[in-house]
Design a protein around this ligand. Structure first.
Ligand code: FAD
Length: 533
C-alpha cells in the first residue's frame, strides 16, 4: 500500500460535515505552510454561517451546504478530494478511496459522522431523514420511482440501498400522503411531527413522554398543547413551582388535532399552547394531501414489531385491523402495543450510529459501547496519529461534572475545532489543554416554535436521586426547570423567552451555594440578574 501513495499530506481530514470542515479551517489557518487534504464522500461541504457566541458557552449558528470550492478559495494549502474513504491502513499511514487512489498522512482526523438508524434498510416505504439538503447516492424502489435522484444513502454504509431523504425531498413524498407513521422520540421526530400538516401523523414513542432525549415529562407536558393549536395563546401564569405529569401507560394513546375541536382519548397530559420549527427545515412547508391542518396521534411506550405490505397483510388472516385502517395502504406497521396502522410511509427517526465501520478493518481502534471511535482529551483515537471528531467519535476522557456528549452540530463544531488545534499543537510540540467548551454542556434549539436552552445536567443525567428540581411554568409562554445538587445549580431547561440563560450559566459555572435562596430563585417578581450581580 505504501508504494501506491499518490501523495502524502501532512494532515488528512475525512468528512466534509461540520466537524471535518471546522477541523480543516482551524488547521489551515494555524499552519499555513502545511499541506491539508479534505477527503469527503459528498459533492458538498457543510459550512457554519452566522456564528454567534451567545454567552460563555452557548453558541448559535446556521449550517449550509456549499461547494467545496469556497474552502479551497479561502485556504490555498487545502486540497479537496471527492471520494469516500474505502479503507484505512494505520500501519502504512494511508487511506484508500473508493476511486482506487491512495493518500498518505502524517496526521489523520476521522470526521465521518453518523449513519441513520433505520428500522429496516431495504423497505422503500421506510424512510430516514438527513439534516441538510443535497442528494448523494441514488437508489430505486416503488416509492422512489419518480424521484429516484432524491433518495440518498450514506455512501459508505455497508448496506447498499437505503432511503434517507433530505427535508425537501420528504416534502415531495408527503404531498400525496394521507397518513404517515413517525417512529422515534428524539429531536428529529419531535420537529417533524410538529411541522407536518395536511396529513395524519401516527407518532410511536418508546417512552412515557415525548422528547425524552432532551427533556423530562414536565417539559413534554408544556410542549404538547402546541400540537393542538395553530396560533400562540396567552395564558395565565402559574408562578408556584409545580410538577405534575399524568403517566402514560403502555398502549396509551392521545390524539391532537389543530384545526377542529381537539379529540382526545387514552391517558396523558391534556392542555393547550403555540407554532413553527428549527433551523434544519426552516422555510420548508411539510404538507400532505388532506385539508386538515394537523392531526397527531401519539402511541406511547411502544416499539415496532413488524412492517409489512398490503399483500402480506392479506396473507395473514390472524391480523385484525381497526376500522380506520381498512382500505388499502402501501405499508402497514404493527406496534408492540398490539395496534396495526396502515400508512403511506413510515419515517424512521430513531437516531444515528457512529459511522466508524469504513475505518475499522485491519486496524486496532478502541470502540465505545455506542460504536463510536473512542477519543481521549486530545481527540486522539487509540491508533497513533489518528484523531476523530463529531458524530463518529465517543468522548472517553473523564468528563467535567457538567458536560455530556450529545451528537449535535454544536459539539461537532467544537470537537472539529479542538481536534484541529490539538493536531497543530502536536506537530508544533506545544502543550494543549482540554478546551473550555467541554466544561459545561450547552445547547440552544427550537422545539414547537419555542426557544429551548439546555444547560449542564439538564435532565439530572447521572445524578441519581441526589438532586432537587425547581420549576416555574407559565402555560403557553415559558417552562423553567433548575436542577440542584447539594444546593448548587448543575443544570437547567429553559423553554420560551426566559432571558435566564446567561445568569444560570454563570450560576452553574461558579457553583455558588444557592441554598439560602430556595424557591425564590425562580420567583418571577425578582430580577435574578440584578440579584446575583
Ligand atoms: P456529518 O455532518 O454527518 O458529516 C459526515 C461527513 O463525512 C459527510 O460529509 C459524509 O459525506 C462524510 N463521510 C462519511 N463517510 C465517509 C467516508 N468513508 N469517506 C469520506 N467521507 C465520508 N443537530 C443540531 O445541533 N441541531 C439540529 O437541529 C439538528 N438537526 C438534525 C436533523 C436531522 C434530520 C439529523 C439526521 C441530525 C440533526 N442534528 C442536529 C445532528 C447533526 O446533524 C450532527 O450531530 C452533525 O451534523 C454531525 O456532524 P459531523 O461533521 O460529525 O457529521
Amino acid at each position: 500500500m505504501a508504494d501506491r501513495k499518490e501523495k502524502t499530506f501532512r494532515f488528512v481530514i475525512v468528512g466534509g460535515g461540520i466537524a471535518g470542515v471546522t477541523c480543516v479551517e482551524q488547521l489551515s489557518s494555524q499552519i499555513r505552510s502545511g499541506d491539508v487534504a479534505l477527503i469527503t464522500a459528498g459533492p458538498h461541504i457543510k459550512a457554519v454561517t452566522n456564528y454567534k457566541q451567545v454567552s460563555k458557552t452557548l453558541e448559535e449558528f446556521d449550517v449550509e451546504e456549499r461547494p467545496s470550492s469556497v474552502l479551497v478559495e479561502k485556504f490555498p494549502n487545502l486540497t479537496v478530494i471527492h471520494s469516500a474513504v474505502k479503507s484505512l491502513h494505520t500501519q502504512s499511514r494511508s487511506v484508500e478511496t473508493a476511486d482506487g487512489r491512495v493518500f498518505g498522512y502524517e496526521k489523520l482526523c476521522i470526521c465521518g459522522g453518523g449513519t441513520p438508524k433505520l428500522l429496516t434498510w431495504d423497505n422503500p416505504y421506510v424512510l430516514g431523514i438527513r439534516d441538510t439538503d443535497s442528494a448523494q447516492v441514488h437508489s430505486t424502489g416503488p416509492l422512489c420511482k419518480s424521484t429516484s435522484s432524491n433518495i440518498s444513502t450514506t455512501p459508505t454504509s455497508p448496506i447498499s440501498v437505503a432511503f434517507v431523504l433530505s427535508m425537501k425531498h420528504l416534502q415531495k413524498q408527503l404531498s400525496s400522503a394521507k397518513r404517515i407513521v413517525v417512529v422515534g422520540n428524539g429531536g428529529i421526530a419531535l420537529e417533524l411531527v410538529y411541522e407536518v400538516e395536511g396529513c395524519e401523523v401516527i407518532w410511536a414513542v418508546k417512552d412515557k413522554a415525548i422528547g425524552n432525549t432532551f427533556f423530562d415529562a414536565g417539559a413534554a407536558q408544556f410542549l404538547i398543547p402546541s400540537l393542538e393549536v395553530d396560533k400562540p395563546e396567552k395564558a395565565a401564569p402559574c408562578n408556584r413551582p409545580r410538577y405534575t405529569t399524568e403517566e402514560t401507560g403502555p398502549g396509551a394513546s392521545q390524539t391532537f388535532t389543530a384545526d377542529t375541536n381537539a379529540q382526545r382519548h387514552g391517558s396523558g397530559p391534556t392542555e393547550a399552547g403555540s407554532a413553527l420549527g428549527p433551523d434544519w427545515h426552516e422555510g420548508i412547508v411539510l404538507r400532505g394531501a388532506e385539508q386538515l391542518s394537523r392531526r397527531v396521534s401519539l402511541e406511547y411506550q411502544c416499539e415496532v414489531e413488524k412492517i409489512f405490505t398490503s399483500a402480506e397483510l392479506l396473507n395473514s388472516p390472524q391480523q385484525t385491523l381497526r376500522p380506520e385502517n381498512e382500505g388499502s395502504w402501501p405499508v402497514y406497521i404493527k406496534l408492540t402495543n398490539g395496534k396495526t396502522f396502515g400508512c403511506d410511509f413510515v419515517v424512521s427517526a430513531t437516531g444515528v450510529v457512529p459511522n466508524a465501520e469504513p475505518f475499522l478493518h485491519g486496524n486496532n481502534f478502541a470502540l465505545a459501547n455506542d460504536g463510536g471511535l473512542q477519543v481521549d482529551d486530545h481527540m486522539m483515537t487509540s491508533e497513533p496519529d489518528v484523531y476523530a471528531a463529531g458524530d463518529v467519535c465517543t468522548a472517553c476522557w473523564e468528563h467535567s461534572a457538567l458536560w455530556q456528549q450529545m451528537r449535535l452540530w454544536t459539539q461537532a463544531r467544537q470537537m472539529g475545532w479542538y481536534a484541529g488545534r490539538c493536531m497543530a499543537a502536536h506537530i508544533l510540540s506545544e502543550p494543549i489543554e482540554l478546551d473550555f467548551c467541554f466544561e459545561l454542556f450547552s445547547h440552544i434549539t427550537k422545539f414547537f416554535n419555542y426557544k429551548v436552552v439546555l444547560l449542564g445536567k439538564f435532565n439530572g443525567q447521572g445524578l441519581g436521586p441526589d438532586h432537587e428540581l425547581l420549576l416555574r411554568c407559565t402555560k403557553g409562554q415559558e417552562y423553567v426547570k433548575v436542577v440542584l445538587s447539594g444546593g448548587r445549580m448543575v443544570g437547567a431547561v429553559l423553554i420560551g423567552e426566559t432571558d435566564l440563560e446567561e445568569t444560570f450559566e454563570n450560576l452553574i459555572l461558579n457553583q455558588m451555594d444557592l441554598t439560602p435562596y430556595g424557591e425564590e430563585l425562580l420567583n418571577p417578581n425578582i430580577d435574578i440578574e440584578d440579584y446575583f450581580d
